[in-house]
Design a protein around this ligand. Structure first.
Ligand code: PEP
Length: 247
């Protein structure tokens, strides 16, 4: 079975006004020949303009979240179809900032994944333990249970990825050791195979949490790591390109 192409996805979170489109263009211009698929997930309001700014480039554009329903009376929300209509091809779902800040359960994340599939978006589903859970020796159990609870059966045969993002590593400059990353990625892989069969070997499992140009090569070459979800370091083209070049 061929290995999946690595995916390097930038999560801009709630950062970026119009001038930031120049950073995205600089990524597109600098990406060159790479085996990786490269994506930028800007705030939803920038997606359409980013599609225009990156015209002709191979860089994919994604959303960061959407509602689980397709349309309706949900003031302030955005649907998956709206993201797709604006030009998004992927979407991050179940990020720990949404699980913690908006109380998104595995069930809610799973419903959002179904909405993404209905809209033709490729989901990147995030899982990861807190520091307390890791210190209690619960990291593997937590991550396995998030994978089982957040990934609906309907994903079978579709393109999606899972991002392992230890909550304590996001935006902190801390990262797990390489063996710790490999242990969790292996647990995610075996859970995916349990759920979806051997075809799940082709699902990229991304690592996310304080990935920088300086640590990217070691992380990206670890066993079962199929790419990275990058927050802070995706905001500057030079840093993001440094990570892409480490693939
Ligand atoms: C993230 O929020 O998905 C993330 C990985 O952030 P950072 O790279 O800044 O730790």
């Amino acid at each position: 079975m061929t290995s999946p192409r690595p995916l390097i996805a930038g999560n801009w979170k709630m950062n970026g006004l119009s001038p930031a489109l120049a950073e995205a263009r600089a990524v597109a211009d600098g990406v060159g020949v790479t085996t990786a698929r490269v994506a930028i997930c800007p705030p939803a309001i920038l997606i359409h303009r980013m599609v225009q700014a990156l015209a002709g480039s191979t860089v994919l554009i994604g959303g960061q979240d959407h509602h689980w329903d397709d349309a309706g009376a949900f003031t302030g929300d955005t649907s998956a179809a709206m993201l797709a209509d604006a030009g998004a091809q992927l979407v991050i779902l179940g990020h720990s900032e949404r699980r913690a800040g908006y109380r998104e359960s595995d069930d809610v994340v799973g419903r959002k994944v179904l909405a993404a599939l209905r809209a033709g978006l490729e989901p990147i589903v995030c899982v990861g333990e807190t520091l307390e859970q890791r210190q209690a020796g619960e990291a593997l159990n937590i991550v396995r249970s998030q994978v089982r609870g957040s990934l609906p059966d309907a994903l079978a045969g579709t393109a999606f990825s899972v991002a392992y993002e230890p909550v304590w590593a996001i935006g902190t400059g801390l990262t797990p050791t390489t063996p710790e990353i490999e242990e969790v990625h292996q647990a995610i892989r075996s859970t995916l195979i349990d759920m979806f069969g051997e075809a799940a070997r082709a699902v990229p499992i991304l690592y996310g949490g304080s990935v920088k140009p300086g640590n990217a090569a070691e992380i990206l070459h670890a066993s079962e790591v199929g790419g990275a979800l990058v927050g802070g370091a995706s905001l500057k083209a030079e840093d993001f390109l440094g990570i892409i070049r480490a693939v």
